[in-house]
Every structure is written in structure tokens, then in C-alpha cells.
Ligand binder design. Structure first.
Ligand code: FEO
Length: 402
């Protein structure tokens, strides 16, 4: 049975949700599921904006047929060719053989890589600021390379001021009946997943996102239609502001995240004592994660949120505890910058993790590593509490300076 939502008189959400998928991109846990958004405009011409993941094929085509009511599909706009949005493009072409595929020059070779259908005869190639009239509506196209793939573009409806923003402004999380962000408590229930989605999927490409945000700032946007998660028609500036912060690698909050790698609990104990000292100094909402039981995507997201990071790891095989090393390399790959970092190391035969953690963090841009390193040999001793106090003082001092 079809399951569609009306956005405007002639614009419909025809996407779907997947609550069965465990890992998005076979990498990121999505306990709240995921939505794959596609939008269908019924103007003098009919236009589909993107397709959906293979997992919801049946739902998607029932939705399209329910809205088209026997009309054909004239155009499909391909804003992004990643398979979570294009896996059903071939089936669209098979079912609607006359359909024109609206895309940019970078999209065509990727379509050819994924598909064998004849794209050259049906492609309507567009470039930056081209216009496309479908009757009442006129659209323009804005190239957005690397938000999140090279061929990405966004499409702007100049008539109703709707921006089809591709992956930008998307989020993990299945829609629970409410299509619009103003129908849910987004800040309470969605923001963490939106941040985790942005930082892990697009976070590496901050400058590209900034370029898109600059172009979008010239547009009057009444409705924001991303490819994942709720549609925005209120408080769009609030969400754009989050993107401005994340994409500039500025911390969202003055806050501390402690990530620790501990084998028998001694490094964890030192981290716990430090956390208590920070709390005594007035630091609130301290975030603390065990790298062995926390998915890296959560810690990546938290590192983008927090101004200060405490990285605590035992020495393992002469290096950094493997889960911590994985997390730090992931952090570097995601281009995190502009953070203040405190390092805590531990080891029973040799204490070697601190130097190597310092090297990885030092190779990232604009990272300030505090001089106050804590070195534990197997277990923290009473006479080391003053060193921990010194680290807590340095964290609080630098927080107050920012
Ligand atoms: Fe939702 Fe980059 O695909």
C-alpha cells in the first residue's frame, strides 16, 4: 500500500523508511533506522527528485504510482548518484521508458558505471544556474561537489522557494509519521543523529559544504528537502547555523569529551578521577566513552561537538590500544580541527602510547595539545593526583580563554 505525504499542493514525499538495516553504508549503526527521501512534483510535467535505496523499492513504486494516477513520469532529477539514492534509477527508466534524466556532466559517467541503460539519449545535462521550467515551476541548479560525492548538485524551485538539498541537511533516523522537522522535537530527539550523520558522512568535506552554504545564503528558502530525515519549513536558519559550525570545524559547545582505552580498568580509573575533578571545577555534561564499547561514529560526532578532548589510552603491542588508534585515525580522516586535547597514557612494561597519540593529533590542523600529560604506570598512585589536578586546571583554564 502506498505511503506518501503532501508537502505542497503539487509536491509529495514518495520516499520510505528502513528500520531493519543495522549499518548504514555497512559502517554506521542506525538503531533509529533511516529514511530515503524522494520527492514527486505533479506540474504540467511530472518530475521526480532522486530515487531511493534498493531496500524500499516496492514501497517507492507504489508511492509514485499513487501520485501519478496513470500519468507518465517526464523527468527524474539526479542530485546524487550514491546507491542509497540511485539504486532504483534503472527501474525508473525501465518502467518509464520516455523519462528524461536531469543531471550534470559529472553524473553521466557515474550512471554509466552503475548502469547499462542508454543514458546519452535521455540525459538532460544541466550546469550551474541553468533554468528548467515544468509549467508553474521553474528550477535552477547549483553544483555542490563533494557534498558528499563529486557529482552532487542541489536543485532550487524558484517558484515555491524549495531547496532539494541532496545529502546536505540529512540525518539518520526513520520518519515516524511526522514528515516535518517542526512536528518533532528535533533538538531533543534528532540533533545527535543529525550531527553523527553530518560529521561521519560529510564531515571530511567542510570547505565544500561552506561553499554550498554560501551559495544557498543567496536564496530565499521556504522549504528544505534533504535526502534523509525530516523536511524543514520553519527554523531553517537554526539548522543552517549548525552546518556553518560543523563545516568550519568550530566546536559546537564548550564541553569536554573523554575517550579512554582501558584493558583492566586502570586507565578508566584515572579518566574517572579526572572527570570528577573537572566536575568539581564546574564543568558540566562531561561526555565519557570507552573506545572498546562505543562505535567510532559516536565519538567522531562528539569530537565535533566538544571544544576539549581528553584522549586516554593504555599501551598495547608497543603502540596505542587498537580501538583508540582506530578512533584517532578516523578523527584525522574526518579532518577535525581547532580542538584542545589532553593526553593520558598508561603502560606496564613501557609507556609508549602517549608519544604516538601526540604524533597523530599533532598531524591534524590547529590542534592544541596541552603540556599537562598524565603518565600512569599500571595504576594511578596517590602522589599523581596533583598531576591530574594540573590537567583539570589546564582544561578549565583553556575553556575559559575561548
Ligand atoms: Fe545519502 Fe551520499 O548518500
Amino acid at each position: 500500500m502506498y505511503c506518501v505525504k503532501r508537502i505542497k499542493d503539487d509536491l509529495f514525499w514518495v520516499g520510505g523508511t528502513d528500520r531493519r538495516l543495522a549499518l548504514f553504508e555497512n559502517a554506521f549503526p542506525i538503531p533509529r533506522g533511516i529514511s530515503y527521501n524522494a520527492y514527486l512534483l505533479v506540474d504540467e510535467k511530472t518530475v521526480l527528485f532522486d530515487t531511493v535505496d534498493r531496500a524500499i523499492t516496492e514501497q517507492f513504486f507504489e508511492n509514485i504510482e499513487a501520485i501519478l494516477k496513470g500519468r507518465t513520469l517526464d523527468y527524474v532529477v539526479v542530485n546524487h548518484m550514491e546507491p542509497d539514492h540511485c539504486a532504483t534509477l534503472g527501474e525508473i527508466v525501465r518502467r518509464y521508458p520516455e523519462v528524461k534524466v536531469v543531471c550534470n556532466p559529472k553524473t553521466v559517467p557515474i550512471i554509466k558505471q552503475f548502469y547499462n541503460f542508454d543514458i546519452d539519449s535521455r540525459a538532460m545535462i544541466v550546469k550551474e544556474n541553468d533554468t528548467f521550467c515544468t509549467g508553474r515551476h521553474t528550477f535552477t541548479f547549483i553544483m555542490a561537489p563533494m557534498v558528499h560525492w563529486p557529482e552532487v548538485m542541489v536543485t532550487y524551485d524558484t517558484t515555491d522557494k524549495t531547496l532539494f538539498s541532496a545529502d546536505a541537511f540529512g540525518t539518520f533516523g526513520a520518519m515516524n509519521g511526522n514528515l516535518f522537522a517542526d512536528e518533532v522535537n528535533f533538538e531533543r530527539d534528532w540533533l545527535d543523529d543529525a550531527r553523527r550523520y553530518y560529521t561521519n558522512i560529510v564531515g571530511k568535506y567542510g570547505p565544500s559544504v561552506q561553499t554550498l552554504l554560501k551559495k544557498a545564503s543567496a536564496l530565499e528558502i521556504h522549504t528544505l528537502c534533504p535526502l534523509h530525515g525530516p523536511v524543514w519549513r520553519k527554523d531553517i536558519d537554526w539548522y543552517v547555523d549548525k552546518y556553518l559550525t560543523w563545516s568550519s570545524y568550530e566546536p559546537e559547545e564548550k564541553a569536554v569529551m573523554i575517550a579512554y582505552g582501558s584493558i583492566y580498568g586502570n586507565t578508566e580509573n584515572a579518566a574517572n578521577i579526572l572527570a570528577g575533578m573537572l566536575a568539581d571545577r564546574g564543568v558540566r555534561n562531561i561526555a565519557m566513552y570507552d573506545v572498546s564499547s562505543t562505535h567510532p561514529s559516536t565519538m567522531i560526532s562528539e569530537a565535533f561537538r566538544c571544544s576539549h578532548l581528553v584522549i586516554a589510552s593504555v599501551t598495547y603491542n608497543g603502540g596505542i590500544f587498537s580501538n583508540m588508534e582506530h578512533f584517532l585515525m578516523d578523527l584525522k580522516a574526518h579532518n577535525l580541527q581547532n580542538r584542545t586535547v589532553a593526553i593520558m597514557e598508561n603502560g606496564s612494561w613501557g609507556v609508549l602510547s602517549g608519544k604516538q597519540m601526540r604524533e597523530i593529533i599533532g598531524s591534524m590542523k590547529n590542534m592544541t595539545i596541552l603540556d599537562e600529560t598524565v603518565t600512569v604506570k599500571s595504576a594511578l598512585k596517590e602522589d599523581q593526583l596533583a598531576i591530574l589536578e594540573g590537567m583539570a586546571d589546564a582544561i578549565v583554564r583553556t575553556m575559559n580563554q575561548q
